[in-house]
Design a protein around this ligand. Structure first.
Ligand code: ZN
Length: 499
């Protein structure tokens, strides 16, 4: 390692430490902190974020990156060192465009917005949230102005979560999705969902025991993982060996279980990044789309798949003998795959899920292009819910206020949920080809080989390659919605015999 690289690495490690410390504060805010901590926490996060930003954008980092150009060119392009220099340079060139004060202001507004959102959602009070939303939108637009004019302003926001993706590409993929999904949803609607066989009650402490057992089977080990409760479930990591998952419980359904499997997928990705990359900008998932491909894979393709049900059902039935008295394995499979257009994105079934995402993407585009006034947002939301899903939104808590993202100013994030869902099926088909007896393994609750295949093909690389390169390496081609739509059609055929 050259002297310059040693110095760059030391500086980047310090920035990484500051960012991970901020994650601890953010995790605490959403899991443990009493509301009284909100104002001080916003200042703490803004201060830490500003210091991290200042350290990362220091001129010395720019000089080191310049000095390292010849070294980088002499290295094999996929070596850890070459990737580190390349990714650090890209991050640096983006970060230096953003004034530290703007960065701090965005973090402060996000933190205050979060508490305002928690209160507004509880009271279904959109007007109470509106000033915070306005502030976040204004700051996002100021952020966009820091960059060269892109094809569309939204490109700048999208790039922070899905490097290299453009609004035009996403719009095209989403049009294809809509064309495929709307007829599927209509065909399901005509058949009706029938009564829900999984209504509970499912006592929360028993759910917690079931989740512990399932996660332990998947690879959660208490030496490196924690599971806590949050209003809006998420996963975060403070180190490769320190993974935090959250879920939320309701007695009336088993969504906490599938939510926990979802967050496990996120956690496993970060847990399996090469320890060599720790304390570098490469330690983490390459994009939110690929991150979501992992959570959706464990939640749906494993968790809601027919083979894993064989292992899962006896465990769940034993835990809830009264609630599941009249159910067999087949009925349980149908119950956890019930396709019913509904209000809440995170609880949505596999068929309707992406329509929730497309709705948000379309509204975000209008917000950023200034073609919709913020106060009109609830009305626009409700109209589109009716159009796409045939669902009447009874109140803003279950409508426009349901998601945490806009409270934190994260615009451009939502599309990655659908992109990841598409990728999850591409990756799953590859896993099935590479692990011929995967179904038999899942029936026995064995996921070790799947986990290793994902680790070696995806997780271990962290952010070494671009999202597009990473996907190509894993599945041999670019993003393609075809396999996902075909998978849904097959799944519905099995569930409902849709023609
Ligand atoms: Zn997720």
């Amino acid at each position: 390692m050259t002297e310059a690289l040693r110095e760059l690495s030391a500086r980047l490690a310090e920035v990484s430490d500051l960012e991970r410390a901020a994650r601890v504060l953010g995790w605490d805010q959403q899991t443990m902190m009493p509301p009284g901590g909100a104002a001080a926490r916003a200042e703490q996060l803004a201060t830490l974020g500003r210091i991290a930003h200042e350290r990362f954008t220091a001129p010395e980092i720019g000089r080191l990156l310049e000095r390292l150009r010849p070294h980088e060119e002499a290295l094999p392009p996929d070596s850890d060192e070459a990737c580190l220099i390349r990714v650090a340079r890209r991050d640096y060139e983006k970060a230096v465009r953003v004034p530290a004060e703007l960065r701090a202001e965005m973090l402060r507004a996000a933190s205050l917005g979060h508490q305002a959102w928690v209160d507004a959602r509880a009271a279904s009070d959109f007007p109470g949230f509106l000033p915070h939303l306005q502030r976040n939108v204004d700051l996002a637009l100021r952020y966009v102005e820091c960059f060269e004019p892109a094809g569309e302003p939204y490109d700048v926001l999208l790039d922070d979560y899905e490097e290299g993706a453009t609004t035009a590409e996403v719009r095209a993929v989403f049009e294809q999705l809509k064309d495929g999904l709307l007829p599927l949803v209509a065909s399901v609607g005509e058949r009706g969902g029938g009564p829900d066989p999984l209504r509970g009650p499912f006592p929360v402490d028993t759910q917690r025991r079931v989740i512990d057992a399932v996660l332990a089977r998947l690879g959660f080990d208490p030496g490196s993982w924690r599971l806590d409760v949050a209003a809006h479930p998420f996963a975060t990591t403070f180190a490769v060996s320190d993974v935090r998952l959250t879920t939320r419980y309701g007695e009336g359904d088993l969504s906490a279980l599938f939510g926990a499997m979802h967050e496990f997928g996120h956690g496993l990705y970060e847990r399996s990044v090469s320890p060599e990359l720790e304390r570098t900008p490469l330690a983490g998932g390459v994009s939110l789309g690929l991150h979501e491909s992992q959570s959706r894979l464990w939640e749906n393709l494993v968790g809601r798949g027919r083979p894993f049900c064989r292992w899962l059902f006896p465990l769940v039935r034993e835990a809830f003998p009264d609630a599941l008295r009249d159910l067999d394995e087949d009925g349980f499979y149908r119950g956890i795959n019930r396709i019913v257009p509904s209000l809440i994105r995170v609880d949505a079934d596999e068929v309707t899920y992406c329509l929730h995402v497309i709705l948000r993407f379309e509204l975000e585009l209008e917000l950023m292009n200034g073609t919709i006034a913020l106060r009109e947002l609830p009305e626009a939301w409700n109209a589109r819910m009716l159009e796409y899903l045939g669902v009447d939104v009874p109140d803003d808590a279950r409508g426009v206020l349901q998601d945490v993202h806009w409270s934190g100013g994260t615009f451009g994030y939502f599309p990655t949920y659908a992109l990841g869902t598409i990728m999850s099926v591409q990756i799953w088909e590859q896993a099935q080809a590479r692990i011929p007896d995967l179904d038999a393994q899942l029936e026995a609750g064995e996921v070790g080989e799947l986990r290793e295949w994902l680790r070696d093909g995806l997780h271990v690389h962290g952010r070494k390659f671009t999202p597009q390169e990473t996907l190509e390496r894993l599945v041999g081609g670019p993003l393609d919605a075809g396999p996902y739509l075909a998978y849904l059609t097959r799944k519905l055929d099995g569930l409902y015999a849709v023609a």
